[in-house]
Design a protein around this ligand. Sequence first.
Ligand SMILES: [Zn+2]
Length: 393
Amino acid sequence: MRLQCEVEVRSRLLPTCGLRGRAKGAHALLSLGRQPDRPPGRGGPSAGHSVYLMVCTARDRAGARYKANASNLKTFLAAVRLAHRGTDVEALPLSVLVPAKTSEVEKPKTKMIITSRRDYPLTKNFPYSLEHLQASYCKLARVDMRMLCLKKLRKLDLSHNHIKKLPETIGDLVSLQELNLHNNHLESFCVALCNSTLQKSLQFLDLSQNKIKALPVQFCQLQELIHLKLDDNELIRLPFKMGQLSQLRFLSAARNKLPFLPSDFRNLSLEKLDLFGNPFEQPNPLVPSIQLKIPLTLLESAARATVNYRIPYGRHLLPSHLCEDLEVAKTCQCGNACLSCFIQTTVTMNLHYVAHTVVLVDNMGGTEAPIVCYFCSLTCYSQFLDRYLQSNR
Ligand SMILES: [Zn+2]
């Protein structure tokens, strides 16, 4: 659509710079359109659906382009159409012609880095447009609720503070991809966060240098995680279903209190793994922990059948504690499920089996760690033992 008319272009930025712009009307061709497509292979963002307003004058025939926000443009054009139809001026959605506020003409602020308590804003709100916020060394004891209104936030760095607990509402930050909580006083990571929208967005999580003892089973629902740092905590175990983090590529849990790895750990496929400085136990498959009742209880038989035959269940059918138990059913080496009747032992796994690059586990040059195995029956355990004894003969 093109329109020939007198156009006067005023820079809205000039008044904010303390200058007064004196524009003169010029005869121009006004076009409303899309950016012509780039030839393929040139790179750069494609024009997509962006609409531009272009002003061409005798002096500038190539024209100046102004990107138009589609919804604002619609309202604007609707007003023009109403005027064109001769609608009563009183009924038009007109604006009062007043100078713009600074916030209306300034480019929205997307990044804010605060690295001292002195610079921390106490009375002023954070700009709503922020995509990257860092507030480190601010002695924060909790997450500031004002941060949780920043819906565009993609990167939140609260490292080096004194945060003890995370609010569940962090999960409302729908765009959050990176969360850095390095060096705080966290003692847990709550289940509500594992069930939140973070499942779909969170790719980087740094919980290193805190006081976390265990992560919930639901932690493995954070399916988009690529980078996870858990170093220097008090972890006595890793999440039971760790192997479900199929996108995970970088994992570090150095200097924790891990005696062994969960059996699911062997399903991971990592680029880099660091488990240095954990008190790993020496595996002894000949001394298993036996929690096997024969004959099996009715509950155990029913639970095994439910998992093995993939019978659908839910909280509308079963008590919720049973559902929780079923969610952490163990898998025997034969592929069958077991709930609370099983034989458990640890075996040695070379960590290169799950990771391309492995940081040494100890100062002795080892890259091996103990991993848990479960057996559903005496038969399965004795078959394993035969193989084990043969290979160690
Ligand atoms: Zn078995």
